[in-house]
Design a protein around this ligand. Structure first.
Ligand code: COA
Length: 166
């Protein structure tokens, strides 16, 4: 994901996370940490092209932050029409590879307790439930499950945290 993707990403953001959509400013600030030697973020977009067509449509995205040797899945989402094809799994695989490259020894995430498809995705990758954050998602006062995946790499990085929905 680059800055010129942000407008299209925001269009998806409101479809995928209608209750707590990120602002343009938040994406700008995340992407500001995604390049250069001190980078602590990895953000990806997934695009689809109709057979024979020229136009690339944005259909999903995901992002990871590396904070003090801990990776955090900041966000991940796929447009409804493109779900069930393994796209989120491909995005997640890339984000975990980025966590490894950042030297993370663990990857964490929060997920709504009522979001079964996302929980299945994370469990397929080996994430386990380690806790609950009560009322994490506002409005609606929905609890978040905290999930964790231990990764083999040694710890290395530090950076700011962000409230997440991934
Ligand atoms: C959670 C979410 C990202 C999953 O996206 P997805 O692209 O459908 O995920 P996948 O295709 O990788 O997996 C979905 C299902 O398709 C299946 N699948 C079908 N074809 C597949 C293939 N070729 N490869 C892998 N899995 C495949 C998977 O096994 C999985 O089945 P399951 O849900 O019964 O376990 C999506 O539902 C979403 O965007 N939700 C809204 C945003 C959101 O809640 N994000 C998470 C915030 S914490």
């Amino acid at each position: 994901m680059r800055w010129w993707d942000i407008e299209r990403v925001l269009g998806l953001e409101h479809v995928l996370f209608p209750e707590d959509a990120w602002t343009a400013g938040l994406f700008w600030s995340e992407l500001a940490h995604a390049r250069g030697p001190g980078a602590t973020r990895r953000y990806l977009v997934a695009e689809s092209r109709a057979p024979g067509g020229e136009e690339h449509t944005l259909v999903g995205y995901g992002g990871l932050a590396a904070v003090g040797g801990t990776g955090d899945i900041q966000t991940i989402g796929v447009l409804p029409a493109h779900r069930g094809t393994g796209l989120a799994a491909r995005l997640m695989g890339e984000l975990l590879a980025a966590a490894d490259a950042f030297g993370c020894h663990e990857v964490m995430l929060e997920v709504r307790v009522d979001n079964a498809p996302a929980q299945r995705l994370y469990e397929r990758f080996g994430f386990t439930r380690i806790g609950l954050r009560r009322g994490y998602y506002q409005p609606g006062n929905v609890d978040a499950l905290v999930m964790r995946l231990e990764t083999p790499a040694p710890s290395a990085n530090s950076s700011q945290g962000t409230k997440t929905h991934g």
